[in-house]
Design a binder for this molecule. Structure first.
Ligand SMILES: [Zn+2]
Length: 335
């Protein structure tokens, strides 16, 4: 299993801000430092707002918003963790699960759709529905195309896991749980199916795998991800959805960011992440301009300075794979 709760120390900017504010910072990350944490069925849940919880360890991070209409669940983790995830959701609130939103078609984000969906009731239930009224599953249309096998060669995923409500427009907005909820299209970054989920009133932004704080972002070029789309996505998060603090001190009300993987973050950390992606891309671009081959670019170590924090030499997403995705993306644009 991945280290889903990456309890690193505070970043330098945060430590500096805290020093200025006369506060001391422990070794725990933001979430654990400030928010109540519980463990159910081996999964850790932290409460980041009175009505927003994040569950770690089921695959991708899972965000749960509760309110008068029931529960909204963003992503459903991996299939083998679905039963435990359901227990963790029920431990947050006994209310019915009404709406599931998938941030991409990745197996560690849609894997629990069937189990979590079957435990819920759709947002507009049909009293005559033959197969019961499962929770509504909302996603970009490309999630459905990928899961049904209509795009790409992968084998189709069982229909009971598919989204039953899809969109292609820039936004899908709704008022639910006394909350302005916006699902924002940001396709072509990590994959062709990416969305952000913005809870405007709670001021929580769920990014999906466009932000993966454990490692360099996964640019899944086989599924429509691009380095430029990734940068556009990160910049859009910072200009449109994540609000910086003024003056530079920690405020309890600041925008909180739930990444696809890793700990709950805020503006400063996403700036750091965006800058990292920008620097590595610029470094690769310079080497490409010199006419270097992919092997030469990799050997020149363009991710230097960030390898220790985000790099992996083994596993499903290595530093070399990240460099290669950037290289191929730049070559494509240049040709
Ligand atoms: Zn993921």
């Amino acid at each position: 299993m991945d280290s889903y709760v990456s309890r690193r120390g505070a970043p330098a900017w945060l430590a500096a801000a805290l020093l200025m504010a006369g506060l001391a910072l422990g070794p725990q990350a933001l979430g654990a430092q400030q928010h109540r944490s519980t463990t159910t069925a081996g999964l850790e849940t932290i409460q980041i707002r009175p009505n927003v919880h994040v569950i770690f360890g089921a695959g991708g991070n899972v965000t749960v918003h509760s309110g008068e209409d029931g529960l909204i669940v963003v992503d459903t983790g991996a299939t083998d963790a679905a039963d435990r995830l359901l227990q963790a959701i029920k431990a947050i609130s006994p209310q019915p699960i009404r709406l599931i939103i998938n941030t991409s078609a990745d197996a560690d984000h849609v894997g629990g759709n069937a189990v979590i969906g079957a435990a819920g009731v759709g947002i507009s239930p049909d009293p005559f529905a033959a197969g019961g009224n499962n929770a509504t599953v909302l996603a970009h249309e490309n999630v459905l195309l990928r899961m049904s096998g209509a795009s790409g060669s992968e084998s189709p995923i069982p229909t009971r896991m598919w989204p039953n409500d899809t969109f292609t427009s820039r936004f899908r907005s709704m008022y639910v749980n006394d909350e302005a909820l916006q699902v924002v299209r940001q396709t072509g970054a990590h994959s062709d199916s990416d969305v952000f989920v913005v809870f405007r009133k709670a001021d929580v932004v769920v990014t999906g795998d466009i932000v993966d704080l454990r490692q360099f972002p996964v640019i899944d070029t086989a599924k429509g991800g691009t380095i430029q789309g990734e940068l556009d996505g990160l910049n859009r998060l910072l200009t449109e959805f994540i609000i910086p603090n003024l003056p530079l001190v920690l405020k309890p009300g600041r925008t909180l960011v739930v990444p696809g993987h890793g700990y709950v973050a805020d503006y400063g950390e996403i700036v750091e992440y965006r800058d990292m992606v920008t620097v590595v891309k610029d470094n690769v671009e310079e080497l490409v301009k010199k006419g270097m081959t992919l092997q030469q670019v990799k050997a020149a170590n363009p991710a230097k300075g960030y390898r220790g924090r985000y790099g992996r030499d083994t596993g499903p997403w290595t530093t070399d794979m990240f460099i290669e995705a950037i290289y191929n993306g730049l070559k494509k644009v240049g040709s």
